[in-house]
Design a protein around this ligand. Structure first.
Ligand SMILES: *Cc1c(COP(=O)(O)O)cnc(C)c1O
Length: 824
């Protein structure tokens, strides 16, 4: 029997013993950590040292709890999930871990004795920004839910030394600065140097026959080491502690100085730097591919290291890899880890001597793939010569996969050359990663109903027609205990009073709020909470932007990556229209509005950076104009990230989800805002469709073309000039872009909207949806003036948001794709 651990002891104390005792255990642990880590007494520690000591104590608790959890699922031979993702947008962990373990209060009290405010420690923690946007945040939300549901799971990614860049706006221009998060963020990481694995790049392939079997060896390759670092992921009041494993690239060169001549020494350093460059930085492009060799190396390093460690750990508990699909589910989050297909095949064939058919069958039954976008610029395709050079063995296997695939397709689509070429894994000297996943994985899913329909009826139609049973939908979800319970404590407390605390474990219980529909006291309380959160955001805006915002104005927020398809430009054009309307009619009776933007643009995305410059110019023009600034304000908050989202979202009245229909795969920002009582102003795109189904016509502001109408307009031929000519309001704002009144000209934006070069003008149909959007914004103003109506809309949104919990989404993956269960 294992002796009762610290975890159990602390948990017991926390649940059962007197206040004094609990606090004392915490203080004891903190003192010990301070002494051992910094060689100082707890009361002499700096705030930074206290922060680290707190994290280290929490980490120890998690480590112990994880040991118990591991022995539990190993005893039961439970199936495990391995979630492969190039990105995990973790955000901060201290608050989340204390909350999940139910020890926030006792730490707060203990720190209070030291005259330290726990909230101040939260603010010291840097975000772990190992992702760009929605895709990376989804991966983190799913890790949270898997832990809360006691599903044994491991996330795999890279330990980027630099996460998503820090953004500053200087004279309207976005500037990028390195995010050196490890300086403070390393407290959560535990290196496991002894589990380092070797990854082989380049070189040549030697094949020979031995005992009637084909043997293969890669030689003259460049070895790079991958060192794993563990980050624990806690669950809410659960037994599970899972982990995120982040691989760091390291040169195998041990730099024996005496062994090198001067010239070789420099070369050795160079080689070191090249190897270690692999995990140096996260590529900051969202929904867009960068066909860089370094990116391919990142993908292979993390995929190969992860699969090697999965296989090794499986063989520790089972006698062969035959049982891999029964005990292991490997999930491919978008095509970035698509090399899982040939790499697992390679391990089975080359390292364990399986024949092709058996190995392929194991791969199929182990791997599943989620698609995240239908935009062609985001579909990964590698030039075949780069692929062959960097990964010669993997290239051979992909070529063989393709040969067999094309043979098969010739039997189901005989003679249909175009279709077969479209479905091929290699064609036109390119390797297509999505087709690689489609050809192998046993399940393929989209991330909202609409998106999954577009996959099966449009871009993946030909695959769907031959294997319809592979395709499914799992609408995205969010870790609402972070996005509601932790970031909006006032709303959470009131909800507990009104509907009990069941919703903290079961989000569908939020529906209980419906019984307070139109209840004057509840509506009044909801308004007060929103007001408090808006006041809080006002304080942040005053501090960061030096702008005084009216806390009684409508807080209209659009916070997400800056992308043309997301149409921040449509929002700005309406703001310019409102500005003109107030200038022309100073007595115009509209409720005051504050437009809040936050968005990073990919560093090389010219048009996105122009839009940021436009938002900045419009903001300066409006905020400095006494005739307008009491009615409209525009604020751009720098450096959008998880911890900033946690401040903005509880304060939002209106959630802008205005992408051109058919392009936003799901959206998750829409869900975070909804559960905090913001009302969606959006197109019927992504999960907005399902938000609409939940709340009904009365509780959402829908506008614009449907995905089908967008498609039809493309077919017919879209000419933005017709809209420009036909609409005076539109013409006024489009002309304003180059008139000089903005203090600067925006010729490139205007050109992108109007100039019909190769039919590419206004590719996101901003002008076609402009009128519908402006009219809907007028409805928003009118609705807000009726406070009772608007707060009821807000109430319904909170009540109906339960569907969008990542617990529900993970439950669907567990039942329909991974076939795993929570461990009892
Ligand atoms: C949720 C989230 C996103 C995704 O937002 P969308 O509106 O769905 O694009 C991006 N970045 C951060 C920091 C987030 O928290």
């Amino acid at each position: 029997m294992r002796s009762k651990s610290l975890v159990i002891k602390m948990k017991k104390e926390i649940r059962e013993l007197e206040n004094e005792m609990k606090k004392e255990t915490v203080l004891e642990q903190l003192s010990e950590k301070c002494l051992h880590t910094f060689g100082c007494d707890l009361d002499e520690a700096t705030k930074q040292q206290t922060y680290r000591a707190v994290c280290l104590v929490v980490r120890d608790i998690l480590a112990q709890q994880r040991r118990e959890f591991c022995s539990q699922y190993e005893k039961q031979h439970a199936k495990q999930v391995f979630y492969m993702s190039m990105e995990f947008l973790v955000g901060t962990s201290l608050h989340n871990n204390l909350y999940n373990l139910g020890i926030e209060e006792v730490f707060e009290e203990a720190l209070h004795d030291l005259s330290v405010d726990l909230k101040d420690l939260y603010e010291i923690e840097p975000d772990a920004g190992l992702g760009n946007g929605g895709l990376g945040r989804l991966a983190s939300c799913y890790m949270d839910s898997m832990s809360s549901m006691d599903i044994p799971a491991t996330g795999f990614s890279l330990r980027y030394e630099f996460g998503i860049f820090k953004q500053k706006i200087i004279d309207g221009w976005q500037m990028e600065f390195p995010d050196n998060w490890l300086e403070m963020g390393d407290v959560w990481l535990i290196p496991r140097k002894e589990d380092t694995v070797e990854i082989k790049f380049g070189g040549k392939i030697h094949e020979w026959m031995e005992d009637g079997k084909l043997r293969v060896e890669q030689y003259d390759y460049t070895p790079v080491l991958a060192v794993p670092y563990d980050m624990f992921i806690s669950g809410y009041h659960s037994n599970a502690v899972n982990k995120l494993v982040l691989w760091s690239a390291k040169s195998p060169n041990n730099m024996d100085m005496s062994a090198f001549s001067r010239g070789d020494y420099v070369k050795a350093i160079e080689q070191n730097a090249m190897a270690e460059a692999i995990s140096k930085v996260l590529y900051p492009a969202d929904d867009h591919v960068e066909g860089k060799i370094l990116r391919l190396k990142q993908q292979y390093l993390f995929v190969s290291a992860s699969l090697q460690s999965i296989v090794k750990s499986h063989l520790k508990h089972y006698d062969s890899l035959d049982s891999l699909p029964e005990k292991v589910a490997v999930h491919i989050n978008d095509t970035h880890p698509a090399l899982c297909v040939p790499e697992l095949l390679r391990i089975l064939l080359d390292d364990y001597g399986y024949d092709w058919d058996t190995a392929w069958d194991i791969c199929q039954r182990t791997l599943a793939y989620t698609n995240h976008t239908v935009m062609s610029e985001a579909l990964e395709r590698w030039p075949e010569h780069i692929f062959r050079e960097q990964l010669p063995r993997i290239h051979q296997l992909v070529a063989e996969i393709n040969r067999r695939l094309v043979n098969y397709l010739n039997t189901v689509y005989p003679g249909d050359v175009a279709k077969i070429e479209y479905m091929a894994v290699i064609a036109n000297n390119e390797v297509r990663m999505a087709n690689l996943c489609l050809a192998c994985c046993h399940k393929v899913n989209g991330v909202s109903k609409l998106h999954s329909d577009i996959l099966t009826h449009s871009i993946f139609r030909d695959y769907y027609n031959i294997t319809p049973e592979k395709f499914t939908n799992v609408t995205n979800g969010i870790a609402y205990r972070r996005w509601l319970c932790q970031s909006n404590p006032r709303l959470t407390e009131k909800l507990k009073e009104w509907i009990g605390d069941g919703f903290v474990k079961d989000s569908t219980a939020l529906e209980g709020l419906m019984k307070y529909y139109d209840n004057p006291q509840v509506l009044e309380e909801l308004r007060k909470i929103k007001q408090y959160n808006k006041q809080n955001l006002c304080g942040y805006i005053a501090k960061t932007n030096g702008i005084n915002v009216d806390p009684h104005s409508i807080f209209d927020v659009q916070i997400k990556r800056l992308h043309e398809y997301k149409r921040q430009l449509l929002n700005v054009l309406n703001i310019m229209h409102m500005y003109c309307a107030v200038k022309e009619n100073p007595n115009l009776d509209i409720p005051p509005r504050t437009f809040v933007f936050a968005a990073k643009a990919s560093a090389g995305y010219f048009m996105a950076k122009q839009v940021i410059r436009l938002i900045d110019a419009v903001s300066k023009m409006i905020n400095s104009d006494p005739a307008v600034r009491d009615k409209i304000k525009v604020v751009f908050l720098e450096d959008y990230k998880v911890s900033l989202a946690e401040i903005i979202i509880p304060a939002a009245d209106i959630s802008e989800q205005i992408s051109i229909a058919g392009k936003e795969a799901s959206g998750t920002g829409n869900m975070k805002l909804m559960i905090n009582g913001a009302v969606t102003l959006g197109t019927l795109d992504g999960a907005n469709v399902e938000i609409h189904e939940q709340v009904g016509d009365e509780n959402i502001f829908l506008f614009g073309m449907t995905a089908q109408e967008v498609e039809q307009l493309w077919q017919k031929g879209y000419n933005p000039i017709e809209y420009y000519n036909a609409n005076l309001e539109l013409r006024q704002v489009v002309d304003m872009l180059t008139s000089g009144v903005l203090g600067s000209r925006f010729d490139d934006i205007q050109k992108s909207l109007l100039t019909n070069a190769f039919g590419a003008a206004d590719a996101y149909m901003t002008l076609a949806d402009f009128d519908s959007y402006v009219r809907k914004q007028e409805e928003v103003s009118a609705a807000y003036l009726d406070q009772r109506r608007f707060t009821n809309m807000s109430l319904v949104n909170i009540a109906k948001a339960g569907l969008f919990s990542s617990d529900r989404a993970v439950g669907e993956y567990a039942d329909n794709i991974w076939h795993v269960k929570g461990v009892q």
